[in-house]
Design a binder for this molecule. Sequence first.
Ligand SMILES: [Zn+2]
Length: 707
Amino acid sequence: MEAQHLPLETSVFIAPVRSAWIRLLQFSRKSNHDGISSTWTFTGRLQDFELSEAPPFYTASYVWGENLHDQSTTTTTTIALESGTLPVLSSLTPFLNMVCAHTDFSAKDWWWIDSLCINLKDTQEREDQVKIMGSIYQRAKRVIIWLGEEREPDSDCTGVTRFLSRLSSLPPEFRTNKALRTKLLEKKLDAQWRGVGRLLCRKWWTRVWTLQEYVLPPEARFYCGRHSISRGKFKSAMYNIHLCSTGSGDYSNELIPRHAFDAAFNRRRIHQWYQRYNGMGLVALMAYLGNQSATDARDMIYSVLGLINEQDRRLVGTAEYTSSVEHIYAKLVRSFWNEYQSLDIICFSHLFNPHSGNLNPPETGGGKAVPSWAPDWRARVEFSSPVPLMVSQSASEYIGNFRPLGSATFKAKYDAPGPNLKRKANVRFDDNLKEMWCDGVILDTVEGLGGLEDCQTRCRSHVCRDSGHEVVQSVRTGQEEGKRADASLAIVQRITRSLVLDRRDKYLRFHALEQYVSSFLVLCHACIANDGCVDNHGESVRPIDELFAVWWQQNKHVRIGLKTMEQHITTTIAASTNPSLFSQIPIPTLQPSYYFVPPSPKLPACDNPESEDQDSYLTRFHDTVRKKSRKLMVTSQDYIGMAPCRARLGDVVAVLFGCSIPLLMRRVGVREAWTIVGEAYVDGFMGGQVERMIANGDAEVVKLRIV
Ligand SMILES: [Zn+2]
């Protein structure tokens, strides 16, 4: 349900509907002949029922239209009731016509259709109905999802539901039979595939309210014109499309535009989660919906109340449309802290901030800003990943994620402050929710940042669009050098871990494998050997994963301690027992299908092909660099890690005691205040090590004021 006011002149709603009550509608149409042409008029009746006593009823899920203040969104269509006439949204009229003409329905059916059954002019009634919205959809016998007419201007979806039915009922051997899959990619089916793409590009998939409307009812059916497909079959079709794409190699064949496919596929995953757990984590869900939108930004929270777990629902409280968006987003952080004694939610401002592509940053005068410690859920994040941030690590109870259901529960591994300091966070908020205080330790200042130019990152930030993703490093004076003189091998190990955020799987369940160091060295060695060497066709002599090669070219000169990364690599290779082996070992690829004997007793073997998640060092590298857009980071004391790509030199890395992930922060204003830039991985500081630093007098606890 979109939250807007209909241009309703006089109320046809005789009395407000009481809490836990709903209004249901029966409607039909009749044809009027005036001798020349015939038109249809709708008649109907509204009746109040206590929700628990209501007769079986249908609900409808549809798109309201962009601007409801615009008179053009309401047609002259009305439903004649005894108490007056009820105006109908123009986007709803074709739906009502379909229902009246279809044999699936009868004039005796009861319907709950939000824009017709709630008096939206009555704020109290609207808030009360939003409160029980989840129960209304759960109680409905079936939701009818209206995707529009088969043929709409610029969107011809003729025959698509039938094609989807066919895809849903492919024989089981489809999974293993490549020939069967190839058959589906034949040219004669191109038009059908394009139709599916067009259907998934329709607005319904991007509206945040439609999510719980789709998930909650026991039965759901999609209608495109008069043709329909059940939710179950639709989900199977999506899964088989997924297998067609991934099973045949990668997404290069692009059966369907990726963003359109993701929207439908993600809904499938959310429905599975809902069925299994009967309630999801609010924050994970909102992050997963980063590519969705709502007419009223407050509904980014309220529209999912019916889908989240009991504890998070309590935390949000009642939907209220009298406070500003900024206040409601900031209040969510405070409620989260009060409920869980955790500030992990602030990590989401890494992705959801005013510098994201679709919002105008506050310094250009664009809109009121939420404080930097509160995620701005208005930001649009095109690629909704099941595990978008380090804080989404598996088994973080307060946040959660959307890893496949097969995964059991795991133990959260990133815990920068550790359990003891977590209890000493001393978090406080000012009354108008502009400032927040938390105790913590400032670890160090960022002195070098690696590059991400041409790495196809998912970053859409304004900041990076202006300044690019170049390497930056401050110049050191002679005396400052060599604060830490770690051996090159130790430095290489730290870089290796950083580049995969010390994890071996994309759901961030397990620590990185030691073998990754060998994989990283072989990749770097191949890049060095390739430098300037091309064959007769201009191709590299030893082909290397393109992303890695591009990344290497711009990052090899990043200085760590006294040497560049490249020098540390060559030193490590030269010190191994058999350096010549490096030119014979197969170069790691995205498929973890190789295994080799390490060239040095100090170095473990490459990725084990038996690894249960089938992730390789390279797939993890892709995840960090391309999907999560993280830059290699070196601090003034030569700590190594990964920074958000909009980091700058001079930003600091801090461990806030209330937050399990270290944060990159920036000083602002005259009175000492800080803003949050995003999550930081700092190798060696991800598991409570600061506690000992404090005990040894190597770190000082400070009270940080964050704005
Ligand atoms: Zn960027």
